[in-house]
Design a protein. Structure first.
Length: 311
């Protein structure tokens, strides 16, 4: 009996002990949180440290290159010295990691000068222009040869302007009848001779229609603007339909009588100003356009002089 009672008491005591609540469990979570916070701050501290020597060398190089004083202020963690420095004429990042660079180490004679930069840019532009003029001159030769092979050596004239190579086709009794935008057979032959060579060129094409200053007023063409525009688009459509030149490479514009080749006082202006021009646009920057015209026309004149001397 006594053993049984004692056993019951022991089991009761054990059950009471198992149900006892641990009031110190929060310390574990608190310790974990503190550990994580400590790791976080150690990482932040570590990544915030700057190699002072390398930063000083970088600052020295940048300051020297951009014209700022070379001396480093106290407190190497500050940014580059603000203000007071005049914008530099040249850039010379002379600093190297791990060493301070005194101002005497920056050699102004070796720095890039604006005059040298401008000269280099000019040389590069001239080289680009010369190369494109060479390409357009080759295109001109090919177009002339194509016309000659079809017995149409005088079917077009050639010149250079700031846009590129200009192929001029007179409209009187060649491309169109007077006051008409319908292509004549001779005009189709000229365009068919030019088409394959134009298709092979990588350049964009501008088809420009021009008239003389004699006004026109018909149901279809109320003015020379409509006539010149229709003639330009007629040539463009023919080049596309007959020779496959993509519309995306071409544009058509009507100029009426606003861009005459000859003044109206010249008797030849009546026929000379009535024309369609196919412009092979030079693949250069717009700023180089005038150089294209000058160099191209100079080369044209030299070639004509040489041909004349040969005869």
């Amino acid at each position: 009996m006594s053993d049984g009672g004692h056993g019951r008491k022991r089991r009761g005591h054990e059950e009471e002990h198992e149900e006892h609540e641990n009031h110190e469990r929060w310390l574990v979570s608190y310790a974990d949180m503190m550990t994580l916070l400590m790791v976080l701050f150690i990482v932040l501290f570590a990544i915030s440290q700057v190699d002072q020597k390398k930063f000083a060398a970088l600052k020295t190089g940048l300051s020297a290159g951009f014209g700022a004083p070379v001396a480093i202020l106290s407190g190497g963690d500050q940014l580059l010295t603000p203000g007071g420095a005049v914008a530099p004429d040249s850039v010379n990042l002379a600093g190297s990691a791990g060493a301070k660079v005194p101002s005497a180490a920056v050699d102004p004679a070796r720095a890039v000068q604006p005059e040298a930069v401008a000269k280099l840019a000019k040389v590069q532009t001239e080289a680009q222009v010369a190369k494109e003029v060479e390409n357009l001159t080759e295109a001109e030769k090919a177009l002339k040869e194509a016309l000659k092979s079809q017995g149409l050596a005088k079917g077009a004239t050639f010149r250079f302007d700031e846009r590129g190579l200009v192929v001029t086709i007179a409209t009187d009794d060649v491309l169109f009848e007077s006051g008409s935008a319908a292509l004549r057979p001779t005009g189709r032959r000229i365009l068919s001779a030019l088409g394959p060579t134009l298709l092979r060129l990588p350049n964009r094409l501008s088809v420009d229609g021009h008239t003389n200053d004699i006004p026109i007023h018909t149901d279809r063409f109320p003015s020379n603007w409509e006539l010149s525009g229709d003639r330009a688009t007629g040539v463009l459509r023919y080049l596309h339909s007959s020779h496959g030149l993509p519309f995306g490479r071409m544009s058509a514009t009507g100029f009426a009588d606003t861009k005459p080749l000859l003044p109206s006082s010249d008797p030849r202006s009546v026929s000379a100003n009535r024309r369609v021009e196919i412009v092979v646009i030079a693949r250069v920057d717009d700023s180089a356009g005038r150089a294209i015209a000058e160099l191209g026309n100079r080369a044209e004149a030299e070639a004509e002089a040489a041909a004349a001397a040969g005869h």
